[in-house]
Design a protein around this ligand. Structure first.
Ligand SMILES: [Zn+2]
Length: 256
């Protein structure tokens, strides 16, 4: 199906927590797949994968924390039935590299291309990397933060809180400078909105909206607390940019 030249569609599925699936005509990109008890019916997700079984699958893992990575994605159920399946992992997941030939390991601040997907890694304020990816054919730019967050924990000392702020803003600034140098706008940003930070849950989102101003921003890292995404939409400065989410496996068709 052809879309008019001035309008393209982008299909995004929020899976759960930081798990995201992005569809193009030929490819399926899946970030930080994570399932836990009672989260969603995993069979429904596998059905989605089968529906896209003629495409090539690309799994990205930002790091190895159990809420961002599971070995399950290396099993046949999660692989493309007719296409190829490839993996891009941060190098804290290097133990899997020996057993599987289709894994690319990466560290922060690397550039590489996999089957036309232009990948640039940035840092994290926890473990692993964050991913900036240019997706053909329209070269849409998406950024998945992983655990790159403004970790303002209430029990941290003032010094620790200041360090967290500095580290987060420094990383965001690197992304911002890169986009300015390329004269590009980010199409979609995926950013943590973590309810465990209590009244400070919005710091990363607010900074991201202000500094990066993507065309659309999706929340990550809120487990089953879908209401916080609604709350954030009602109080943030750019509600037209922010996409709240109602349930696991929610599908979005973006048109612009
Ligand atoms: Zn995490």
């Amino acid at each position: 199906m052809n879309t008019p030249e001035n309008q393209s569609t982008f299909n995004i599925t929020h899976i759960y927590h930081s798990g995201v699936m992005i569809e193009t005509e030929e490819k399926l990109l899946i970030f930080d797949y994570f399932h836990e008890n009672g989260a969603f019916d995993e069979k429904e997700f596998l059905k989605l994968l089968r529906h896209h079984g003629h495409k090539d699958f690309y799994y990205f893992a930002t790091h190895g924390h159990p809420d961002h990575f599971t070995q399950k994605i290396l099993t046949q159920d999660f692989q493309s039935s007719q296409g190829m399946t490839r993996y891009v992992f941060s190098d804290d997941l290097k133990t899997y590299h020996q057993a599987h030939s289709n894994i690319t390991l990466c560290r922060s601040y690397q550039d590489f291309v996999i089957d036309g997907l232009r990948v640039k890694t940035f840092g994290s304020t926890d473990q692993g990397v964050s991913y900036l990816i240019e997706i053909p054919p329209e070269n849409k730019l998406i950024f998945h933060s992983g655990d790159l967050n403004w970790w303002h924990w209430k029990n941290f000392s003032e010094e620790e809180k200041l360090q967290e702020k500095k580290d987060f803003l420094a990383e965001i600034n690197k992304l911002k400078n890169h986009l300015i140098a390329k004269n590009s706008t980010l199409d979609i940003g995926f950013v943590p909105i973590d309810p465990r930070l209590e009244e400070f849950y919005a710091l990363a989102g607010n900074a991201f909206l202000k500094e990066i101003t993507p065309k659309i921003m999706f929340p990550l890292h809120f487990r089953k607390n879908y209401s916080i995404t609604k709350e954030y939409k009602s109080q943030c400065n750019f509600p037209e940019i922010f996409q709240s989410i109602a349930h696991p496996l929610e599908h979005f068709i973006l048109q612009y």
